[in-house]
Structures are given as C-alpha cells and as structure tokens.
Write a protein that binds this ligand. Sequence first.
Ligand code: PEP
Ligand code: MG
Length: 753
Amino acid sequence: MPDHVSQPRLLLRRLHSVMASGGRAQDRLNRVVRVIAQNMVAEVCSIYLTRAGGILELFATEGLKEEAVHTTRFLPGQGLVGLVAERGLPLNLSEAPQHPRFVYRPETGEEVYHSFLAVPILRMGQVAGVLVVQNVAPRRYSPEEVEVLQTISMVIAELVGSGELVAPDELTEESTATGEPITLDGMPLAGGVGAGVAVFRQPQVKISRTVADDIEAEQSLLEDALTEMRSQLEQMLEHPDLAHGGEHREVLETYRMFAYDRGWQEKMRDAVRSGLTAEAAVDRVQQENRARMFKIRDPYLRERIADFEDLATRLIRIIQGDRENHKIKLTEDSILIARAIGPAELMDYDQGYLKGIVLEDGSTTAHVTIIARAMGIPVLGRVSGLLTHVKPGEQVIVDSTTGHAYVRPAEDVIETYRATVELQEKRLALYAAERDLPAVTLDGEEISLFMNAGLLVDLPSLDSTNADGIGLFRTEFQFMVSPALPKVEEQTKIYAAALDAAGDRPVVFRTLDIGGDKQVPFLPREDEENPAMGWRAIRIALDRPALLRYQLRALLYAAAGRSLHVMFPMIAEVAELKRCKKILQKEVDRLTLHGRTPPKAIKVGCMLEVPSLSWQMDLLLKEVDFLSIGTNDLMQFFFACDRSNPRLADRYDLLAPPVLRFLRSIVQACHQADVPVTLCGEMGGRPVEAMALMALGLRRFSISPTSIGPVKRMVRTVELHKLSNFLEAHLDSSDHSIRDSFISFARDHNIKV
Ligand code: PEP
Ligand code: MG
C-alpha cells in the first residue's frame, strides 16, 4: 500500500481515539492539534472555527502562543485564514508572510514560521472552520500532505458538528432575510411565471460516522451502494414522463453514465482505503468536487459537477440505509430555492406542486434547465445572494419572463401577479382559438410564420402553434447537452425525428454554430478576447471539416427521400459558402457511392449575420436557394454592440432608421433575385418589430413558438400598404429610434401589438 494511504489511516485512528476519550470538547480539541502536529511533522497546528457572522476564531493551537486562543479572530475574508474560508479551498504557501492577504497578529508569535498549509473544515457544504499547519523552514507541502489534512478536517468537522464547541445556530449560514419584500434579479432559463412557498433544496446529508472501524466492511458498503444507486437510476429512466424519449431522457442517460464514472469511483475507494467510512469517503470526494466547482468558469463543466453532487447525495443516503427512491413530498405550491441542483434530484420533487425554481448558479444549457423546461417549470438562474435573502416557507413569485423573483411580495405585487397570470391565460386561450386562422393581413398579404427549435422537446410546438415549419433548427443544442460528440447515427435519429414531426412542412437545419458562448464539452475551450467574433460556427467547421462532414452525412441520411434544407451559420464572404457547398457535394456524391437513397431535393442557404456578406448580395444570391437574416448577431456587429452585455442592452434600438434601411436593402435584393428571405432573430418575434419588418418588405419570419400567436394576431389586424407608406416617410429621420411613431401608428389603426 502506498505510504500516503497507510499514513492517514494511522493518524485517523489516533484522532478517533482522542475523540472517543471523553472529557471536555475543548480538551479533546487541544489534544487533536497536538496529535496532528506530531504526525505531520509540523511546528504549528491550529484550528479556527467559524462563529456567528462568519468570524473565524482560534480555538486550539499547538505551537502558537497559548494566549492567542479565543483571542485571535479574523473577519470574513480577512487574512490567509479568512481567504481559505472564503474560497473553501486549501492554501499551500512556502512563504506565507509574502502573500498579499497575509495579516500579522503579534499575539500569536507566528513571525518565525514561513510555510503554511490550510484547509477548510467543511460541514454540510458550509465552512465550519479552518485547519492550519505551519513550519519554520520555507517549503511547499506535498499533494499527499494536503490530502491528509483534508481528510483530518472531516474528523474535526464531526467534533464541531456535536455542538459542544460552537452553538449549532452560529454555524448555519447567516440569512440576512429581513421580512421586507425584495425583488431579486436573475437570468430567465426556462420561461413562465410561478408562485409558491420557498422550499430549500433538501438539506445536505449529515455524515454520522467518519472513521472506519472495519475497512473491509466499509468497502463492501460502498460497492453495494453503488450497485443500488445504479439500479435506482435505471428505474428512474422507466418513469412514464420519459417514456417518449427526447433530450430529458438523454440527459438522464448521460447522468447515468456518470454513475459509472471510473475516476469518481476510484477516488471514493481510495478514500475508504485511507481509513474513512464509506459515507465519509463519498462526502470527502464530493467536497473536493465542490471546491473545484468554484474554480471552474466553464458553465458546462460546472453543471457536470452539480450532477456528481446529486449522485453523491443519493449514494450517501443509500449507505445510511435509506434505500427508498426518495420522493420529496410537497404539500402546497412551492418554489425550489438552491445554489445548484442536479437533474435527477429534480425528479425527486413532487411535480404537481413544484411551480418554479430559483438558483444562484445555473445556465441555459444546464441539465436541470433542460429537464425543467421539458416539464414546463419556470427557472430563474444566476440570482446572486439568493440563499441569504430567502427563508424557507416564505412566499416567492418567480417571473422568468422578466427575470425577477419577488420574495415576500407585497399584496399589490401578488395582485399584479394574479392579474398577469389571468391575462396570460386569457391571451393563450385567444391564441389557441386563432391557431387555425391564416396569417394574412387585412389587405390580403400572406405572411409565413415558421418556428425556431433546437431540441426534440420543442417539436410538439409545431402542431400546437400550427407553424409553417421550422425556419431555424439550432443543431448545436444537441451537441451542447451531450458529453461526447454525438455519433452520425445519433444525429441522424434526431434530425429524422424533426423531419417526422414536421411532415410536409420544411425544417431548416443550421449546421453547428458552436464556439463563442455556445461551448461544447468535446472541443477544448479557448480563452478569446472577443468570443462572438472569434473561432466559432463555420470557422470551426472549415478548420475541422470532419465535424461538418459527419453532420452533413447525418442530415442526408435523415432526409432520405424527403426534402432537405441546410443552412450555414456566420458566413462572412461568398468564398466561405462555396467551400461549405463543396463539402456538402462530396457528401452527396458519397451517398451515391454507398448506394444510399438521397434526399428528394436539397436546398442550400446561409445565415446573413455578418455585415460583410451584405456587400456581396449579387454573388451570394446566385449561390443560395434561400437566405435567413440572423439579427441577433447581425445587429451586434452592425452597431458594434455586444449582445450579451447588459449595460448596452438599451443603447441602440432596432427600430432605428439605419437598421431599417439596411434590412430593407437586403430584403429588396432577395426579392429582386427571387430568393426567399426569412428573418430568424429574436427581433422578428416581437409584434412591433415584426410590423416594421413587414413594412420594409419582409414576408417570412422564424420565431420562437411562443411568439407565433402574438405576431399572427398583429398580422391579421394590419393594412400593409398603409404601413409601408408610413415607413417610407420615416426612413429619412435622423432620430435615435422611430419606435414611438410605430406604436402610435398601431394604436391609431387598431393594430394588435
Ligand atoms: C442570430 O444570430 O440571429 C441567430 C438566429 O442565431 P443565434 O441566435 O443562434 O446566434
Ligand atoms: Mg447567430
């Protein structure tokens, strides 16, 4: 057995017997620091514990001056000890006094010590203290020493948890909740509005035993629990809600794969071998994952770590004898409040009463978001300070359309909310009643309304909205939720499902638009100064043509005997498009070689979202069967205005004369060349904007399914020739925006916007 495995086992045993020896907790703590210092060959070992308000107080020391105990204190974030508590991560320094956060405390007499190793003492996900060792000689502690100290800190956490040293209520996270109503801002991750009482993600499981009495018994406990957990996940996949497949099923399948992750299992086995109980071993590895999570900026990877947390909690529960597939009973409408939550854990909540989720973390591509969206539960993410502003049982309204959560809302907010929900329901009923009516203006102009999609869960909206087809299928979404590059067969299945759902209606598949803010797990992330203008979309595809080739192959297979519409993203010049078409042609030729049925027809188009392309319209329109204007990107480049910078969100208006002139010239060029042109950016989904776009000649929109009802309603109340004349008169304006004039026009002409 390697030394770093056997050594902590001995040390753990010693500490365990100190802990079991009885007497005052303070005396045991004093002995603990002595044992650690001796065993780790450190001149100093100190334990700081967290008191109310996050203050860290020196509770015991071997090596520092005795009078510093219960005197030396650090405020949250203060000094190196505060830094360790703040980050929840170990700190390993050979020259501690040189660290910028070092604070010298004369009462400790620590000036002679150079090297410093500290680890957080974590209890139920919170920092309960900091364990420090110090040496006179400058040196960096080895990774094994860091691990040993982390393991020891778990034993100390057990002692802290007994409540003998610090009153338990001092250890719980401080809530600054005041009883006053507050509004929290966040990022809408899954749309909708919901209200209920705050329910905190079930508390972290408590570790009851840390040090193993019988290592072999703990080993088999761990193995049995792993087997049981896997079988629970299999059962979960049998859930009737998941029976029809789709990505929420895929997400859980991915998650099931994690349950078989070798690295994770090995780490837990190692921890048991080092002398921890099975439950403490799972917790120890989970703590490490959690610590890693704070260092990772990549939202995809952060979410994967949340998945592991979910599994670990499940595993500990099983080890502790709770073999039930844990259902969390809710008895009234509830809003789930959490830092992050894994997808399977979400399935544990009673869905009839779960009306919304508010998270401190979270991203649009998080697994839990995808599952919640599929279940129709609104999710608001990135709400900073959430956990300190809400208490369990308080009333919360989540409005994920505006990005707000109202905590302890005042009566008038509740009233407004009720009115909003009623109005929303009325509107939805109205749109549903108009589902079969054509999108035709009062003067007989037909407008095509396609929908945007990206995941299989979006497909049922084709029928519920009666859309004319899918004008933009963002294929990258599938890639973003898969842990590995989806194989040609998997891709083929997804594309075929979209074509099946659409029947005779067209589906425009956009090839991968990854990079920038849309990261996928299987391509190394590169830090770029300007990711939106960086190595993304077609630039990656042309540099890594295999990725594009396989995708085109899957599209051709899926569309055998049917019509295929392929669209290339972020094309900046005609030459790029030509290269894409060549690759496509090669794949078409390959079909014949392999005797596979080709599509009945292949239509090729591209996105116009990089302004340079608009100066090659004559050449471009000879190369494409259709064009799609992607205003989300096009407008950020047009105004040189980052689309994801909230500071700039209201800086420029899309109903500004230069925008309308520019878009009109593109639409006119397409009409002259008889090339169908669609607009697929968010702009087209807003009735006032859509009205202006119709005025400048646009007749085809691809918008989110929820926008189809409102836009159709506007279309059916417009007299287009009057509107076009109105626009002409305003294009020469030098105003910042002509929005107000459009809104007045709509009001004066009874247009429903
Ligand atoms: C666009 O840029 O307008 C667009 C539709 O593409 P995405 O939003 O996927 O970048
Ligand atoms: Mg785009």
